[in-house]
Structure formats: C-alpha cells, structure tokens
Design a binder for this molecule. Structure first.
Ligand code: PBG
Ligand code: ZN
Length: 332
C-alpha cells in the first residue's frame, strides 16, 4: 500500500570531469565523490549503468579561467570531450550537461561581470544590478550569448539535454533558439528554473573552485523567503521552451517542489545538492548514536528516506550524488 516508490530510473548521477588520465581527486567536503578524468568517468558510468542508472549530469573542472569563461565553449573542452566519450561507449546513457559560467570565470560569477573586475575592489553585499562604477553588476544579455554558445558546443558533442543553471533571464529561450537554428531541435532543455541563492552549494564550489571572488549570487539566484516567485520562474521557463523544470536545492524546498508539481503538469526535477549530500555523510561518519545500526546501515536508511521524501513531494527526477550508491544497494 506504499504510495511512493523510489526507483533507480528516477535518479540522475552528477560527475565532475577533469583533464588528464587516470585522475581521481577526492573532494574534501564530499566524501566518496571525486574529480575524475574521462577514462575513469567511462569506467564509473559503466558501473552505474549496470546498476540501472539511466542518466548522468556532467560538470567540467576548468584549469583555464578568464573574465568571460571562453574555455566553456571550446570544441575540445573537457565537457565536450567527456560527452563524446560517454556517448561513444554507452549510447543509451542520457547525457545532460550543466550550462553555466561560474566554473570557467576567474571571478566565479555565473555571468559576464560589467566593469573592470581586476581593478574594482570587492563590493560588499553582493552584485548590484545597475550600479555602474559603484559596484559590480552582471550583464544578463551578454551572458545569454555565451550560454548559447556553450549549449551549442555541448549539443555538437552529442549531449541529449542541456541544463542551464546560470539563472539569467531568458536563458531557456536563448538556448532553445540557438539549438533550433543549428539543427539541434532534438536536444532537450532541463532548466534550473527555481534555483535559490543557497548555502548548500559550498561543497560544489570546492569541487569546481567556483566560489564568487567578490559579492554573492543574490542578484540572480532566488531569495529563500520566496515561493510564489519560484512558480513565476518555472512558468517563464515552461513558456520559453523548457522540457523539464527544476527546483534546487531539494530538502529545504520540499514545499516549492510540491507547489510546482501541483500547479504545472510538466516533468519536474529536484537537485539534492552537494551540501545536502555532505550533511548526510557527516551525520553517518561514525556509529556513535547508541543505536544498533552501523554507520553504513544508517547511511542507507537515511538516504532512502531523504530521496523518497523528495519524490513524495512531487519530483519525477532527482539529481543526487547518492545516485550510484543507491542504484548499487537496490540491485544487490
Ligand atoms: C552552477 C551550479 C551550481 C550547482 C549546480 N550548478 C552552483 C552554484 O550556483 O554556485 C550546485 C550543485 C550542488 O551544490 O550540488 N551554477
Ligand atoms: Zn553558475
């Protein structure tokens, strides 16, 4: 009589891909997750696929950052190479790529920063939208052009879906138009529609070395006090052509997931983010709870409880760093 059944086919496994061969660099704040080179990615994806994982999400680790993130759309950039290799070795794996600038810009912001970044001192309290000269601001429309180029380069490499995460206004429409014009109408868009300015992204920023060097992301990511706004953001992305919409993070936002599912009859994803993953790992690091469970048993139970609750709230798909381990528990 259980109402909610978590299935491996609901889960999407994220990967951090880095240049080189044979590399597997631990990410301190995310035990069990590594920055891996393409050869190791292929091995890991093969295992994941054997346990039933059907989709992966790729993030590129860039060693060459600059003001405008040009490395992100290079034909032989790390994500482009990884996509090609995965699609060649396992055609049926759905490959999704993250589309953003923060991993590729020297300042760590998700868009093009207006003004002389190198010479302007850090501005307290975040980026301001209009303050030329007295602070920094993001050039939304310039950023759209670069996001479109990145999406196109990923589509050319063979990505099945692109996932814009920069929270720039109009990013879904810009990418949809660019893809269609280039003949990639089959490539889908998983939109990070309601992405909050969250404290749960810190481990991810360690993984990608993408923390903003000044200010914060509050001028483009959402205020966690709002949920009506999330519905407006989702509505816009649906209108702009998103195939799947997303709420991110997941655990502190189950109400937003629920409202989104109630209101819109479209596929809905939730991102169980790095900080949520890290909390579980820390919670289960030792078995000193005075209970019968070992840390490993506790870990399994708590992960299943969390992921099932995200599904119960209304998510059809869950992006989670636990995906591969969950798939392995479910098949063994
Ligand atoms: C890039 C991006 C972020 C995440 C996914 N894409 C981080 C951010 O906005 O700083 C977060 C994922 C996670 O924490 O697991 N825009
Ligand atoms: Zn970003």
């Amino acid at each position: 009589m259980a109402e909610t059944m978590l299935s491996v086919s609901n889960l999407i496994m994220p990967y951090f891909v880095t240049e080189g061969r044979g590399r597997e660099e631990p990410i301190k704040s995310m035990p069990g997750i590594f920055r891996i080179s393409v050869d190791n990615l292929l091995k890991d994806v093969k295992e994941a696929r054997e346990s039933g994982i059907k989709a992966i999400l790729l993030f590129g680790v860039s060693g060459k950052k600059d003001l405008s993130g040009g490395e992100a759309y290079r034909k032989d950039g790390i994500v482009q190479k990884a996509v090609k290799a995965v699609k060649k070795s396992a055609k049926d794996i759905v490959v999704i790529t993250d589309i953003c600038l923060c991993g590729y810009t020297s300042h760590g912001h998700c868009g093009i920063v207006e003004g002389q970044v190198a010479r302007v001192p850090p501005s307290p309290g975040g980026l301001r939208r209009t303050s030329k000269g007295q602070g920094h601001s993001i050039d939304n429309d310039k950023t759209l052009k670069i996001l479109s180029k990145i999406a196109l380069s990923h589509a050319e490499a063979g990505a099945d879906l692109v996932a814009p995460s920069a929270m720039m206004d109009g990013q879904v429409r810009a990418i949809r138009e660019a893809l269609d014009k280039a003949g990639f109408s089959e490539v889908g868009i998983l939109a990070y529609s309601a992405k909050y300015a969250s404290n749960f992204y810190a481990p991810f920023r360690e993984a990608l070395d993408s923390a903003p060097q000044f200010g914060d992301r509050k001028s483009y990511q959402m205020d966690y006090r709002n949920s009506d706004e999330a519905l407006r953001e989702i509505r816009e992305d649906i209108d702009e052509g998103a195939d799947i919409v997303m709420v991110k993070p997941a655990l502190s936002y189950l109400d937003v997931i629920y409202r989104a599912k109630e209101k819109f009859n479209v596929p809905l994803a939730a991102f169980n983010v790095s900080g949520e993953y890290a909390m579980v790992k820390v919670y289960c690091r030792d078995s000193g709870f005075g209970i019968r469970d070992t840390a490993a048993d506790m870990g399994k139970k708590i992960v299943l409880e969390i992921l099932t609750s995200i599904k119960r709230a209304g998510a059809d798909l869950i992006i989670t760093y636990h995906a591969k381990e969950v798939a392995e528990w479910m098949t063994t």
